[in-house]
Design a protein around this ligand. Structure first.
Ligand code: GLU
Length: 312
């Protein structure tokens, strides 16, 4: 992957929450890293609400998450963007890729049955069962529910160097196989996020390492669409004491709950900053901005951060 020369002041980062529920400590730790990295280098920040996956949305979650972010001291430098208002851009990209798409009628169970060997990552690799249906006719109408997969070729690789996690050693063919970019008229996250990051001039994508295995597919899309590829930084998630990703059963770690309990933002930010090695155990801050000079990639542990409320 060719590295672009980018001046620090030209850098643009983003926070890209999905309004599927209230923001919790796990989201915030990743957002802190993304925001501080950009503020440290004098770059700009964008807030993009990823509201394409309607069935999972909670009403009001988009305004609640903005309130939580502001309460913690986050800000951004452009009007908030909503994916649901950008459908025309995604449709245009879909049309551009049309000749490489094929309809897929496989269920998850079909794909699981066809898996010959376990592969890295949690994502199910598609073994190309429906490939023979490849469609070259640009006039073909997409049906309401059909999944459309991008047929990978030998030129599609997708391996990349992650600014935090290191080398991604698996290609898109190994991780996802031909991947879904739309279901009927509904655009898949993988395509939308690529179109958005390119159109918004995002140079640095900082996000949770649960998405690490999906990134080669996104790199393939950047290349197929002729778009500049940003730098990626995938950071470890926050887990509960059992090692599983932070969830309701680990207790209530929603920002709104801490706020309602009268816990000041500085206490939450300080606990998370200690987990990133930016503050010593006996140090604390009151505001997010105080952490800007403390930001460093070097001190962030590569292992998941195990949360315990006693750390507050
Ligand atoms: N919206 C996604 C999420 O909340 C993040 C997507 C991304 O950062 O690329 O998990």
């Amino acid at each position: 992957m060719r590295e672009r020369m980018i001046h620090d002041y030209d850098r643009v980062g983003r926070l890209a929450p999905s309004p599927t529920g209230a923001l919790h400590l796990g989201n915030i730790r990743t957002f802190m890293i993304a925001w501080l990295q950009m503020r440290r280098c004098g770059g700009r920040m964008i807030l993009r609400i990823e509201d394409l996956d309607h069935p999972k949305h909670k009403p009001g979650a988009d305004s609640a998450l903005q309130e939580d972010l502001r309460w913690l001291g986050f800000d951004w430098d452009a009007p908030v963007q909503w994916q649901s208002q950008r459908l025309g851009l995604y449709q245009a990209a879909l049309q551009q890729l049309h000749a490489s798409l094929y309809p897929c009628f496989c269920s998850r169970a079909d794909i699981q049955r066809a898996q010959s060997a376990p592969h890295p990552g949690e994502i199910l690799r598609y073994p190309g069962i429906c490939r023979r249906r490849i469609i070259k006719d640009p006039g073909t109408r997409f049906s309401e529910k059909t999944a459309w997969r991008l047929a990978l070729t030998e030129d599609d690789d997708g391996r990349f160097h992650d600014g935090f996690a290191g080398e991604m050693t698996h290609s898109a063919a190994e991780l996802t196989g031909d991947f879904v970019i739309a279901r009927g008229e509904n655009i898949a996250y993988t395509l939308a996020v690529v179109v958005d990051d390119a159109e918004m001039g995002i140079t640095d994508v900082v996000r949770g390492d649960d998405i690490f295995p999906a990134t080669p597919s996104q790199i393939v899309l950047y290349q197929r669409l002729g778009l500049p590829i940003p730098r990626f930084f995938h950071v470890p998630l926050v887990t509960g004491p059992d090692g599983a990703r932070l969830a309701k059963r680990h207790g209530d770690t929603r920002i709104s709950t801490y706020r309602a309990a009268g816990i000041p933002p500085g206490r939450i930010l300080s606990a998370l900053a200690r987990s990133c090695g930016w503050l010593r155990k006996d140090e604390s801050v009151s505001t997010l901005a105080e952490l800007i000079p403390r930001f460093s990639w070097e001190t962030i542990p590569h292992e998941a951060f195990v949360w315990d409320d006693a750390l507050l």
